[in-house]
Design a protein around this ligand. Structure first.
Ligand SMILES: [Zn+2]
Length: 335
């Protein structure tokens, strides 16, 4: 596959939606490959985001102790290595992993430690993003923000707001994001997937994130597109997932190319590798097939993502050099 060997950056990747069959079978030895696909992989078309979101609890049910979290973390790095990812930001919601008796702090400690180990073993640079969820209350959001602060000198780098955008309002999360910013924690937030541009405007205004998870429906509002460009707000775009939850009918209807052509900083991500039945190489192939994209566009998207990464400048520059050298070897230069 021509894109398999390209070095890649992935900023939007959920740990709890990305378990391979091998990892699930290690934690649930009775499961067949058919049962795995039935329970963990969503169909190519879901009714909407809420329908899609019936599956993540099946993943988190397997990640309620240190063993489950450890298996999931190392399994994901194994997948990232196959995909030639050189830098990943991996996100999860610590408060969803306490059913087995771990505290949220213990949950983060395990994932943080195993991410550090897996990163050293694979040579893949990585950071963690802690998610609070739309249906959480203010106290739960603040608890997540405090965990991000507590672990900020380790692998944790940012706070995110995820889950059902259309089902729950944003107001309960303002305090957590204010607190995070005041403590120097970077912020991103899911918006503009289940709802339209007004949700992105509201998220930018109330949570003030540096990046938006998805943000694809900003294409409906030229003023918003202009604003995103002026403020250099990066969109973490997950094309296959957007088609799967029926934000767009087909890949040809997806606005990633139109946003890219208007100069918006867009990156390419999988969101959940298992639930969307995709890897990053597969995303690149679909974009190549649909929009005629090639190495020049993929290099630009990867450089956009590195520029927007929640990393110190020195680390970004080192990764950028690695990226440019690899593309140079195949005859592609940054324009
Ligand atoms: Zn997501």
């Amino acid at each position: 596959m021509p894109f398999a060997k390209l070095p890649k950056v992935e900023l939007h990747l959920h740990l709890d939606c990305s378990l391979s069959y091998e990892a699930v079978a290690e934690l649930r030895p009775d499961i067949s490959i058919e049962g795995y696909r039935e329970d963990f992989v969503a169909p190519p078309k879901c009714r909407d985001l809420a329908d899609f979101l019936t599956r993540p609890p099946r993943f988190t049910a397997l990640m309620q102790d240190a063993r489950g979290l450890t298996v999931a973390t190392h399994d994901l790095f194994h997948q990232l290595r196959k995909d030639q990812v050189i830098y990943a930001e991996i996100r999860f919601a610590p408060l969803l992993h306490t059913d087995g008796g771990m505290t949220p702090e213990e949950v983060v400690r395990v994932v943080d430690r195993e991410t550090s180990r897996a990163s050293a073993e694979t040579g893949i640079e990585a950071r963690l993003i802690l998610c609070t969820l739309r249906h959480f209350d203010e106290r739960q959001g603040l608890a997540t923000a405090r965990l991000a602060d507590q672990f900020k000198n380790s692998m944790v780098t940012a706070l995110d707001l995820a889950a059902d955008e259309a089902g729950f309002p944003i107001d309960a999360h303002v305090a957590a994001f204010d607190w995070a910013r005041q403590h120097g924690i970077a912020c991103t937030a899911h918006a503009g997937e289940a709802l339209g541009p007004e949700s992105i405007w509201e998220t930018l205004e109330k949570l003030k994130p540096k990046r938006i998870g998805h943000g694809v429906r900003s294409i409906e509002d030229p003023m918003l597109v202009k604003h995103l460009k002026e403020r250099d707000i990066h969109l973490e775009i997950c094309p296959s997932c957007n088609v799967q939850i029926d934000v767009f009918d087909t890949m040809a209807d997806h606005p990633i190319k139109r946003l890219y052509d208007q100069g918006i900083s867009v990156g390419i991500n999988t969101d959940g590798r298992t639930i969307s039945d995709i890897d990053l190489t597969g995303e690149y192939e679909r974009l190549a097939e649909t929009f005629g994209w090639g190495n020049n566009e993929f290099l630009r998207c990867n450089l956009n993502a590195l520029h927007a990464a929640f990393l110190p400048q020195n680390d970004k520059q080192w990764l950028e050099r690695r990226m440019l050298e690899a593309y140079c070897e195949i005859g592609v230069e940054s324009k």
